[in-house]
Design a binder for this molecule. Structure first.
Ligand SMILES: O=C(O)CCC(=O)C(=O)O
Length: 278
């Protein structure tokens, strides 16, 4: 249930923690599936889950393909109404093609030493991920549900946010200076204004993607695992369910093709299936 306090805090800070969103049993089911999938090398497939690996982290893309416990997250009652409210569209486009689409569904399996650099912030003005409240309605471009698959405390590499930065008009001065000098990434723990979100397994973090965020370095041994589903308004997908034909796509110029199908589809490759023992 969405409360007035949820609305107030989301507007003020750009994120909410949903306590006890998912049961520990459900978390254990997802961990068991990830235990089966991992290790998965960069570019390898496990069923229809695709690995992308970098910097002590493996992303398991299309994690909603990994089984019913992940499918259940798609419209989980702990966050579905909140997503609909913050993305908006009630009585408008939702009548045509529903309120939401999932922009990206993935898990991150991170080893000790891994982190996510600070990125986003309202000053960037990115429409796709924007925070927007107009005429008494939320119209956010991208809301993320980040679900840690274990308790997250000091040293675990928790998600870090700069509260309120979804509305900021200026970059963090340290970040701006750092970028101007062409220096490498900035990690959120180097900024006094960034707070690390500690959670118990089963709590979910809901945040608008335009908030400045990243994650702290994991210094504890063992893995940090999270599932992230990014949601946007359903108009961000095709208005009707048509897909361009292969024949058409082949005839088009590269520029035309990109307009008709901005994302080239990532072909599932059975030859890159993880080899399992018979
Ligand atoms: O893994 C994290 O805690 C941060 C995730 C993140 O940066 C993102 O969702 O864009």
């Amino acid at each position: 249930m969405l409360t007035d306090m949820d609305i107030y805090l989301f507007d003020l800070y750009g994120y909410l923690v949903i306590k006890n969103a998912v049961t520990r049993d459900h978390i254990a089911q997802m961990n068991a599936i990830i235990d089966e999938i991992m290790p998965l090398a960069d570019g390898e497939w496990y069923g229809h889950v695709h690995a992308r690996g970098e910097n002590q982290s493996t992303e398991l893309q299309q994690i909603y393909e990994a089984g019913e416990p992940f499918e259940r997250l798609i419209d989980h009652p702990a966050w579905f109404d909140k997503l609909k409210y913050f993305i908006g569209g009630e009585g408008t486009f939702d009548q045509l093609h529903g309120p939401l689409f999932i922009d990206e569904s993935f898990a991150i399996v991170r080893e000790s030493g891994g982190a996510t650099q600070l990125h986003s912030g309202g000053h960037e003005g990115v429409m796709r991920t924007q925070y927007r409240f107009r005429q008494g309605r939320f119209q956010c471009g991208q809301i993320n549900i980040l679900l840690p698959l274990s308790d997250i405390g000091p040293g675990d590499g928790g998600t870090m946010v700069i509260p309120g930065s979804h509305k900021s008009n200026f970059p963090h001065p340290y970040l701006a200076e750092h970028r101007k000098n062409g220096a490498g990434p900035v990690y959120p723990e180097s900024l006094e204004q960034a707070v690390e979100v500690y959670t118990q397994a089963g709590d979910a973090l809901l945040f608008v993607d335009s908030i400045a965020h990243g994650s702290a370095h994991r210094t504890n041994p063992g893995q940090r695992r999270v599932v992230i589903n990014r949601y946007g308004p359903s108009w961000g997908n095709f208005r009707r369910g048509y897909q361009p034909s292969d024949d058409l796509l082949q005839r088009l110029t590269p520029q035309q093709r990109q307009i008709v199908q901005p994302h080239p589809l990532i072909p599932y490759d059975p030859a890159k299936q993880k080899k399992t023992e018979a």
